[in-house]
Design a protein around this ligand. Structure first.
Ligand SMILES: [Mg+2]
Length: 117
C-alpha cells in the first residue's frame, strides 16, 4: 500500500464513521449523550465531519486531489433529496404532507437524474 492508498483508506474509514454517527443520531436523537461520552450526538457528528474533511484536505495537499465544494452540484443534490422526500411521504414511509403523488422519475419535469439518489 502506498501513501495515497493509505489516505484513501482513511477517507473511506471517516466516511463510514460519519454514516455510523448519523445513524445513531437518527435512532437516539440529536441531544442524547452516550454514557461515558462528553458530547451529544450532533456534536459527535461534527467531530466525524471534521475528521472526514481533514482527510479531504490531506488528499488535496499531498496528492493533488483537487476537491473543492461545488455549490451548483450541492444545490442540485439538495433539490433531488427534497424531491424524493416528497415521494417517501407519499408512500407513507416518512411523516408529513406532500402534494407529490407519483414517482419523481415519472414526472414530466424529469431533470435526467436517472434515479440516482
Ligand atoms: Mg473519525
Amino acid at each position: 500500500m502506498n501513501h495515497l492508498q493509505h489516505y484513501l483508506t482513511k477517507l473511506a474509514e471517516e466516511g463510514s464513521e460519519v454514516a455510523q454517527i448519523a445513524l445513531k443520531t437518527q435512532q437516539f436523537g440529536p441531544g442524547e449523550v452516550m454514557p461515558g461520552q462528553p458530547l451529544n450526538n450532533f456534536e459527535r457528528c461534527h467531530l466525524e465531519l471534521d475528521d472526514l474533511w481533514a482527510m479531504v484536505e490531506e488528499l488535496n495537499e499531498k496528492f493533488g486531489f483537487g476537491y473543492a465544494p461545488n455549490r451548483e452540484r450541492m444545490e442540485a443534490k439538495k433539490a433531488k433529496v427534497r424531491k424524493y422526500l416528497g415521494f417517501s411521504i407519499h408512500l407513507g414511509m416518512v411523516e408529513g404532507e406532500t402534494d407529490v403523488c407519483e414517482h419523481p422519475m415519472a414526472l414530466p419535469a424529469n431533470t435526467g437524474d436517472q434515479g440516482r439518489r
